[in-house]
Design a protein around this ligand. Structure first.
Ligand code: SIN
Length: 282
C-alpha cells in the first residue's frame, strides 16, 4: 500500500495519507509506518472506518496490549480498549472516563513498565473543543543547556497515578476513582531522561500529571525544577495541537512525547484507546 506523509510541525506530527487501517497492512507498509512513527512521534490517519477488532489487530502489531487500571471504563468484550467519553449509557451510568488526561502526562508513566505507544480512534467529536495537545519531550531535552542536561541526566523521579487525580481531577469534580485502584498502583521511580530504543534520542521523562517529586532533593528544590521542566517542555515550538475530526485515528509515541486533553466542550465526545506495553526504562 503506497502512502504519503504530510509533516505537521518540525518537532513532531505527520498526517498519513493512503492507508486503510481496516485492512491488514503488508509488512513493507507496516515497516514504513513504524519508521514514520519513530521519526514524527505522532501520526494522524484521517477518515478511518474500523471495528474494535480491526483497531486491536492494528495496535497488536506494535506490541502487547495493556488493559487500563480503570476497569469500569473498558469496552465490554474488548478489555484492550479504554473508553474516553463524556457520554452516558442508556441506564444513566458513565460510558467511559470523562476527564481522562486533562493535564500534561505520558500514558501510564506510573507503571513500572510504562506504555510504548497509544492509539486513539475518534468515534464522536464535538463541533469545537476537545483538542489534544502533544509535546515532543525529545525536542524539549535537546533545547536544554548543557549544564541543565547534565543535572537532569543523573536524576530520578517518582510517578504516582493518584497524583493526577488529587491535583487535577478531584478539584474539578471529576468521576471518582476508588482507593483500591490507587492501592494496586503504588508509586514507581523512573530516570528523568530516557533514551528512545529505536532512535537513540534522549528525552525528558517527567510530567505534571503523574510525577510527584524528584528523588533525593529537598521539597522546594524538586518543586522548582519540576515547574521549570514542565514550562520548558510545553513551549509552543515543541507542541502540536490536534483538532479532532470524526474517524481520525491517532497514534503517539510514549517514549518521546507527552500530551494533554482539553476538557473545554459540552457536546458528545467518544474515543477508543489502546496502549502497548513497554519495558523497564534504563
Ligand atoms: C489521553 O489519552 O490522555 C486522552 C486523550 C484525549 O482524550 O484526547
Amino acid at each position: 500500500m503506497a502512502f504519503s506523509l504530510e509533516p505537521v510541525t518540525p518537532a513532531l506530527g505527520a498526517v498519513v495519507h493512503g492507508v486503510d487501517l481496516s485492512k491488514k497492512l503488508d509488512n513493507s507498509t507496516f515497516s514504513g509506518i513504524w519508521d514514520a512513527f519513530n521519526k514524527h512521534s505522532v501520526l494522524v490517519f484521517p477518515d478511518q472506518h474500523i471495528t474494535p477488532e480491526q483497531h486491536i489487530a492494528f495496535s497488536s502489531r506494535f506490541g502487547e496490549l495493556m488493559e487500563h487500571v480503570l476497569r469500569e471504563d473498558l469496552l465490554e468484550g474488548h478489555p484492550e480498549i479504554y473508553i474516553i467519553s463524556n457520554k452516558k449509557k442508556p441506564d444513566g451510568g458513565r460510558l467511559g472516563r470523562p476527564e481522562a488526561g486533562w493535564y500534561w502526562h505520558t500514558d501510564l508513566s506510573y507503571e513500572n513498565t510504562p506504555s510504548v505507544a497509544s492509539h486513539m480512534y475518534a468515534l464522536e467529536v464535538p463541533s469545537s473543543g476537545g483538542d489534544t495537545m502533544f509535546a515532543s519531550s525529545a525536542a524539549a531535552y535537546d533545547g536544554l543547556s548543557e549544564p541543565m542536561k547534565k543535572l537532569v541526566d543523573g536524576l530520578t523521579a517518582e510517578h504516582d497515578f493518584r497524583h493526577a487525580y488529587d491535583t487535577f481531577i478531584k478539584p474539578r469534580g471529576g468521576a471518582p476513582i476508588s482507593d483500591a485502584v490507587f492501592e494496586a498502583r503504588p508509586p514507581v521511580v523512573h530516570p528523568m531522561v530516557r533514551t528512545h530504543p529505536d532512535t537513540g534520542r534522549r528525552s525528558l521523562y517527567v510530567n505534571e500529571g503523574f510525577t510527584r517529586k524528584i528523588m533525593g532533593m529537598h521539597r522546594d528544590e524538586s518543586r522548582a525544577l519540576l515547574d521549570f521542566l514542565y514550562r520548558h517542555s510545553t513551549r509552543s515550538e515543541y507542541v502540536l495541537r490536534h483538532r479532532w475530526s470524526q474517524y481520525d485515528f491517532v497514534m503517539w509515541d510514549n517514549r518521546g512525547t507527552q500530551h494533554c486533553a482539553l476538557g473545554d466542550y459540552n457536546e458528545d465526545r467518544l474515543m477508543y484507546r489502546t496502549t502497548m506495553a513497554g519495558d523497564i526504562i534504563e
